[in-house]
Design a binder for this molecule. Structure first.
Ligand code: ADP
Ligand code: ASP
Ligand code: MG
Length: 409
């Protein structure tokens, strides 16, 4: 008898009929003798609907109240799913994050899980019940409701699996696994049977929204066997594994992209020691996270400095940068929020030269201008104009033969 944590995302519970179908799946799993803890998201579109309503009153509503608001989406789903389970003879109990006591820090809208009290869950499982937990939410030490960031139900599921030492954490979604790239952008994308934690972490952190990045971090840290599967079709999905010798090392495992960034440039700043700090210090103080950074050597002892931030922080960053420009005597500040960062990811990359050149060649063939480049051991990222997203992803997919099974080496 295995203990399985299953997570169903927004589309999978998007209607009453789909919730009933999920209940059937859970019942079958129980009939095989497994114990099941289920984590659910809000019904699709619900979290956005709640945020939009608040924005009509105040686009920057108090963080505490925003978390109280957006956590309600998941509460609806746990109740409906438990009603559906009971109706088909599967005893079930629903719990909000605070009822379980998923303890988090107090960083509203991006809280981190600190501890999970598994006692209620265990006694329900012992009594033969299905435990249905609201994803995406927790409670801080003061009893305030917190949420874990968009896509956070994945993290709730993995954290529950870690706390319960579950045999597997299964993420059920609207695709049947992790693909070489988002199949919505490249229909020729190929499903991977396995992907390493390291690659999955890189894909998630570079913008691939199939799994929330923290869920992958958690799974890696606590050794949680993690699988991504479809709610709608049968199949083994994609297993996230630790690197092992038997895995054929694909040179490139996938392409991730991030449409949530914006680019800012401060031109003609005096090229002197400390200038990077003078520019990025105030940005950091305003709690704005910077991703890529490029400094160009200009002429006449001046330099240009370009960096990217989250699009939500673009306006704020631009304003701060204009103040800095005035202070340090820079020539000009320009910005662009119609950009996309596209990244090639693969652990095999570290042992292959020439990947960057092949990537740039593919972009050159398409006549796409590269605005920024950054590399690490297992990824290469470029920033290009957003309108080239599909073109570039498809060109890279083709150039690196990602639609074909890798040859055994
Ligand atoms: P859920 O609501 O179930 O959490 P999400 O929308 O968060 O679902 O994640 C599933 C979506 O992730 C897919 O519909 C797909 O468009 C997108 N996606 C992005 N990158 C990938 C990838 N590499 N493989 C599969 N799906 C991906
Ligand atoms: N409902 C939340 C969101 O839309 C959490 C999740 O779906 O994982 O981001
Ligand atoms: Mg998701």
């Amino acid at each position: 008898m295995a203990l399985i944590v299953q997570k169903y995302g927004g589309t999978s519970v998007g209607t009453v009929e789909r919730i009933q179908a999920v209940a059937e799946k859970i019942r079958k799993c129980r009939e095989n003798g497994d114990s099941v803890v289920v984590v659910v998201s809000a019904m699709s579109g619900e979290t956005n609907r709640l945020i939009d309503m608040a924005a009509q009153i105040d686009p920057h509503g108090p963080a505490r109240e925003m978390d109280v608001l957006v956590s309600t989406g998941e509460q609806v789903t746990i109740a409906l799913l438990s009603i559906a389970l009971e109706k088909i003879g599967a005893p079930a109990r629903s719990y909000t994050g605070s009822q379980i006591r998923i303890l988090t820090d107090d960083a509203y809208s991006k809280a981190r899980i600190l501890n999970i009290d598994d006692s209620r869950v265990r006694s329900d499982l012992d009594a033969g019940r299905v435990v249905v937990v609201a994803g995406f939410q927790g409670v801080d030490a003061e009893g305030n409701i917190t949420t874990l960031g968009r896509g956070g139900s994945d993290t709730t599921a993995v954290a529950m699996a870690a706390a319960l030492h579950a045999d597997e954490c299964q993420i059920f979604t609207d695709v049947d696994g992790v693909y070489t790239t988002d199949p919505r952008v490249e229909p020729k994308a190929r499903r991977l049977d396995r992907i390493t934690f390291e690659e999955m972490l890189e894909m998630a952190s570079l913008g691939s929204k199939i799994l929330q990045i923290r869920s992958v971090e958690f799974a890696g840290k606590y050794n949680v066997p993690l699988r991504v599967l479809s709610s709608f079709t049968e199949g083994g999905g994609t297993l996230i594994t630790f690197e092992d010798d038997e895995m054929e090392e694909a040179m490139i495992s996938g392409i991730a992209f991030n449409r949530d960034e914006a680019k800012l440039t401060i031109q003609g700043v005096p090229d002197r020691p400390g200038i990077a700090f003078e520019i990025l210090g105030p940005i950091g103080q305003a709690n704005i996270e910077v991703d890529m950074i490029v400094q160009n050597v200009g002429d006449n002892d001046t330099t240009d400095f370009t960096f990217t931030v989250h699009r939500n922080e673009y306006a704020k960053a631009l304003e701060i940068l204009r103040q800095i420009a005035a202070k340090v005597g820079a020539r000009k500040v320009v910005g662009d929020d119609k950009i996309v960062k596209i990244s090639l990811v693969g652990v095999g990359m570290r042992s292959h030269a020439g990947i960057a050149a092949a990537m740039f060649e593919a972009l050159a063939k398409e006549g796409v201008n590269i605005q920024m480049i950054s590399t690490s051991e297992i990824k290469i990222s470029v920033v290009v104009a957003e309108k080239y997203l599909e073109l570039v992803v498809r060109a890279l997919h083709e150039a690196f033969g990602l639609d074909r099974e890798p040859a055994m080496g």
